[in-house]
Design a protein around this ligand. Sequence first.
Ligand SMILES: CSCCC(=O)C(=O)COP(=O)(O)O
Ligand SMILES: [Mg+2]
Length: 239
Amino acid sequence: MTLRYAVDAVVLDIEGTTSATGFVVDVLYPYSRDRFADLLSQRADEPEVARAIAQVRELTGEPDADAAAIEKTLNAWLDEDRKATPLKTLQGIVWAEGFARGDLVSHFYADVVPQLRAWHAAGVRLYVYSSGSVAAQRAWFTNSPEGDLTSLVSGFYDTENAGPKQEAASYRRIASATGVEPSRLLFLSDRPGELDAAREAGWHAVGVRRPGEPYFAQGVGDHAQAGSFDEITVSGSTA
Ligand SMILES: CSCCC(=O)C(=O)COP(=O)(O)O
Ligand SMILES: [Mg+2]
């Protein structure tokens, strides 16, 4: 079945939607885990690192946590795939450097990039909204197996510049930042709580259900659903 939307912009979740959770967990997570100790002990004075450390201390209620304690917390969050903002900030720093030095190349499901190109060519703007930090998102789209895709993307949003992904206020913030009417925005995600929040903000929302992804069995509630981007037709404002 094909889902059809006349919208001005599509907003993309990454993990589970454009890209495999398995790749993130099996490739990116160990990469960051291996580098947290050095980051925390050698670069704690860098403003972004210092801010993330302060956020970890606040979230854990341990104001005096040292580098070892913070590393332990980060690794526990990694184990449970918790989307904690300071974890994502620190991962973003490590990953962006890994992508830049050629250690990492991102992953996109085979149906994704052709559709992103087609939607972009049809005049539909593309945005990213992921728990991964903006730095990580940029590196992900810059270093894809099909080369640099950032020219397709009009903006990047994360839990810092937009807010939590399961709150409608975050989607209202993105609509306002992009200048696109909520009813002209389509959000694609694998998580029902995120789809609920987008719908509450007046957006269209489609649940992307891919076999093998963690949310496949749970489903996407009463949201429209697609097994791949090939099942979604998007036309711009002239349609
Ligand atoms: C390039 S972002 C890396 C993936 C990640 O860390 C993440 O948390 C993605 O979560 P999403 O909100 O895209 O499901
Ligand atoms: Mg996701």
